[in-house]
Write a protein that binds this ligand. Structure first.
Ligand code: ZN
Length: 384
């Protein structure tokens, strides 16, 4: 059972990076060069779609963004890099903020929600972006003077992006942002509940700013996965790690999203992201790996892994194999939102019985002794 067969590959991806298109000092080419040096396999550029805030009387503030520099130039730059860096899989994406609104009086102004971000992955044409319901494209039905609009602007963006075949991930769902700009205050409170209020998106980022509560056993992620098992949600929700690379001092290669299958094209990567064939890792030392996470039904000789569904009844085994330079502090197996097994061993197998007529899932949370951590995506267990 512990043979090489089925062992996860290690293809690290940096899924949230900003370049000069977002006003950072690094050009996309410099970032791609650095990605190669650091041994990354996948690099996803997610420059800001737009950063423009309009107030009354023609007052507006703009910062560098893809819309400001031109989406065609952005996509051309990525295409050139793909030819130059053939060992790196480069995916074009955006970090979009579909909504903000003004609160308070001109002397005590507050710009709310501007830092609530959704990553859009797999951009191919300029139209993919120009038609999106963003305030800056003029295609959003919302304006900044009517107060909070709840989840509606985000759902509109997710739906439009999905129609174009783009993947959508909630970025940093637990981040609170509070910035002063002259007399104005830019304020975005953490609101991970938006993960429950919106549907149809591909996943969310747990590392670095989304792991305090969302993936805890019984937390928001488990509520979402349970709703999927109960057929109250159409799609499961996958976890990713994002580097959120913005300046030279940031680590481009941590946190990462690890692709466990062989990938050689942007299309294979987006398919892996769409199917949950990935795990999220926050591990500055880069010694923590998930080598295997499978559910096996030995009598029927069936074996499935992350993102997949096993349809059986009767006895099953969950096989897990990890690797950590400093050793495992704790590996926790979560079944349907509850912890069913916990260990500090680097490999274990857990025996269970698939209950007739009941769908559930298993997922794994791992912490290493040096503080490295990872989150697997779930494996679903369904009645036949
Ligand atoms: Zn962001």
């Amino acid at each position: 059972m512990w043979s090489e067969k089925g062992r996860f590959q290690r293809n690290p991806g940096s899924l949230h990076t900003h370049s000069r298109f977002s006003g950072t000092p690094m050009t996309p080419r410099e970032i791609a060069g650095m990605a190669m040096e650091k041994g990354l396999r996948v690099l996803v550029f997610t420059d800001y779609s737009d950063r423009e805030w309009r107030y009354r009387c023609g007052l507006r503030l703009t910062r560098p963004s893809v819309l400001k520099y031109g989406v065609r130039e952005y996509l051309d730059t990525m295409e050139k890099l793909r030819k130059e860096f053939r060992d790196l899989i480069i995916i074009s994406g955006l970090e979009a903020s579909p909504f903000y609104f003004w609160e308070g009086t001109p002397l005590n102004l507050k710009c709310r929600e501007y830092n609530r971000h959704i990553l859009l992955l797999g951009l191919k044409t300029a139209e993919d972006m120009e038609d999106l319901p963003l305030m800056a494209t003029g295609r959003s039905g919302f304006n900044p003077f009517n107060g909070n609009q709840g989840c509606r602007p985000y759902q509109a963006l997710i739906d439009a992006a999905r129609q174009k075949g783009l993947l959508t991930f909630w970025a940093h769902p637990e981040q609170e942002d509070d910035t002063r700009f002259f007399t104005a205050r830019l304020f975005t409170p953490a609101r991970p509940e938006l993960l429950l209020e919106t549907t149809g998106y591909t996943g969310f980022s747990a590392y670095p700013r989304g792991a305090r509560s969302v993936p805890e056993p019984g937390g928001i992620w488990d509520q979402l996965l349970t709703a999927f098992c109960d057929e109250k949600r159409e799609k499961p929700v996958w976890v990713i790690g994002e580097s959120d690379y913005r300046k030279k001092a940031d680590a481009l290669d941590n946190p990462t999203t690890m692709f466990v299958d062989p990938v050689s094209t942007p299309g294979e990567c987006t398919t892996a992201l769409e199917k949950g064939r990935i795990y999220a890792r926050d591990d500055p030392g880069k010694t923590l790996y998930l080598n295997r996470f499978h559910i096996v039904h030995e009598i029927r000789e069936r074996c499935v892994s992350m993102g997949e569904t096993l349809r059986v009844s009767g006895k099953i085994r969950v096989w897990v194999e990890m690797e950590a330079g400093a050793g495992i502090r704790k590996a926790v197996l979560v079944k349907g939102g509850k912890v069913v097994f916990s260990t500090h061993a680097a490999r274990f197998d857990f025996q269970d019985t698939a209950t007739e007529g009941q769908s559930t899932y298993f997922r794994l949370m791992v912490t290493a002794r040096d503080g490295g951590r990872l989150l697997s995506n779930p494996i679903f267990l369904n009645p036949p």
